[in-house]
Write a protein that binds this ligand. Structure first.
Ligand code: URP
Ligand code: ZN
Ligand code: ZN
Length: 459
């Protein structure tokens, strides 16, 4: 079946031009100023609309077991939410406990994906490294998972020792696999948490003071040192502050192969949200924490200069009722995470492009192309080109709406962006040529999503 998208303003990471895109089977076969529709083709008129490559969210949690509970989404709810938000591929963190074997965890994570309507892959979490680990990780890489994830935080849970970090990065270097890392100094976090709690400071507003920018920058510095010693390629997830950016920039200048991700909550929300009364602040508890509003200028500047490569979500959905409430008398027990897989692109368009922080090609670059390049999906994903997967987002910039938890697809009982105005929305979204969203509503096929296998590229 053929699909022709006509007259759209096509936006890639490098170009903006008006033209037609023909999709046949699962791929794009023609891009030209005017393409004649083959007999029987479906035709979508995209006049006055943008046509973007399918967006890629390289950092999400869907069923994460964490802090004594589980993230609320399933692949059905998360992929529907991703698609109505214009995200056609996601990469979930596969996070075993320290007791689980990596191969068993990988099988378990894959077993939950049957209903996915969008394409997906995993970063393989390394939460323990012993003599049985390397062979299992080699096998997982052979199966097409070309990235690892480590945590320099969450002492006693996902966090690994320095020896384990060294072993993981050394193996990654040998295999050509990039290592994504949550960077915070976990000893400082634990010490500051104890001090605050001892002083009776128990509310969500104390989460940020327990993990200030220097604590994050210390974790980033630690990762940079280990990357420099091992030669591994590393990627700092959810980077929230100027202090961390400066550490990465200095390391890059020394020749360290390091890349930076920021996330939509850090670009749009700030620590005053975690200070809201009546425990509302708990909805805004994530790690690293929401920062002083002033930090956002550094993040936008980092995107413009490409010091920051990607904007992900770190989607981590926990209900307010009974989950966030677990930390009612102790902020260290509030499950960390802010759901945003559905809203990333609209927020980036409205509050990034619309406010003059970034231009349209930068939006495509940081929300699609760079993730594809860094994680071994390019040019199959991340661009609009002949032979690329027909993952396309027709975006109507005239649309005006408000975010509401009442209408969201995410399986969580609140929105961190309740009532926020958004400009534009993905009106049609395709995944490998199949129309999954029309008029902003999911109309697609559950189970259409495929596991994306990725080859190592970081040698
Ligand atoms: O607060 C966060 N970020 N929750 C999800 C787990 C993680 O650290 O990415
Ligand atoms: Zn993290
Ligand atoms: Zn995360």
């Amino acid at each position: 079946m053929a699909l022709l998208i006509k007259n759209g303003r096509i936006v890639t990471a490098h170009d903006i031009f008006v033209g037609d895109i023909l999709c046949e089977g699962e791929v794009i076969t023609q891009i030209a100023p005017s393409v004649v529709a083959p007999e029987g083709a479906d035709v979508i008129d995209a006049a006055d609309k943008f046509v973007f490559p399918g967006f890629i969210d390289p950092h999400v949690h869907i069923t994460l077991p964490f802090m004594g509970t589980f993230a609320k989404d399933t692949y059905e709810s998360a992929s529907r939410a991703a698609l109505v938000g214009g995200t056609t591929s996601l990469i979930e963190m596969c996070c075993p406990s320290r007791e689980e074997q990596p191969l068993e965890a990988f099988e378990l994570w894959k077993s939950k994906t049957d209903q996915s309507a969008c394409d997906y892959s995993f970063h393989m979490g390394v939460t323990r490294f012993d003599e049985s680990t390397p062979d299992q990780l080699r096998e997982i890489v052979n199966q097409g998972i070309a990235s690892f994830k480590v945590f320099l935080a969450y002492k006693g849970a996902f966090g690994i020792s320095d020896q384990e970090l060294f072993d993981t990065l050394s193996l990654a270097k040998e295999l050509g696999v990039i290592v994504t890392a949550h960077c915070e100094n976990e000893t400082l976090v634990a010490a500051l948490q104890s001090r605050l709690l001892a002083a009776g400071k128990t509310g969500p507003e104390w989460h940020e003071p327990s993990r200030p920018p220097l604590v994050e920058a210390s974790g980033v510095h630690h990762l940079m040192t280990f990357a420099e010693v091992t030669g591994a390629h590393v990627y700092c997830v959810h980077t929230s502050c100027r202090e961390s950016l400066e550490v990465v920039q200095a390391a890059q200048l020394r020749g360290v192969n390091a890349w930076v991700e920021t996330v939509i909550p850090h670009l749009t929300l700030d620590k005053t949200h975690a200070e809201l009364p009546d425990f509302e602040g708990s909805k805004y508890v994530m790690s690293p924490p929401l920062r002083d509003k002033k930090q956002q200028a550094a993040l936008w500047a980092g995107l413009r200069s490409r010091l920051i490569s990607t904007v992900a979500t770190d989607h981590a959905p926990f209900d307010f009722a009974r989950q966030k409430e677990m930390g009612g008398d102790d902020f260290t027990k509030i499950p960390n995470g802010i759901p945003s897989i559905e809203e990333r692109v609209r927020l980036l368009y409205t509050y990034g492009v619309g406010r003059g922080h970034i231009d349209l090609p930068t939006l495509v670059d940081c929300a699609s192309t760079q993730a594809a390049k860094l994680f071994g999906l390019y040019p199959r994903k991340g661009t609009i080109g002949i032979g690329s997967d027909a993952d396309l987002v027709v975006y109507d910039p005239q649309y005006r709406g408000k975010i509401s938890s009442q209408s969201q697809e995410m399986a969580v009982d609140y929105s961190a962006f309740e009532g926020w105005e958004v400009e534009g929305r993905p009106t049609v979204v395709t995944v490998r040529g199949a129309v999954q969203v029309v008029d902003g509503q999911f109309v697609g096929t559950l189970g259409h999503g495929q596991l994306l296998t990725r080859m190592p590229t970081h040698f």
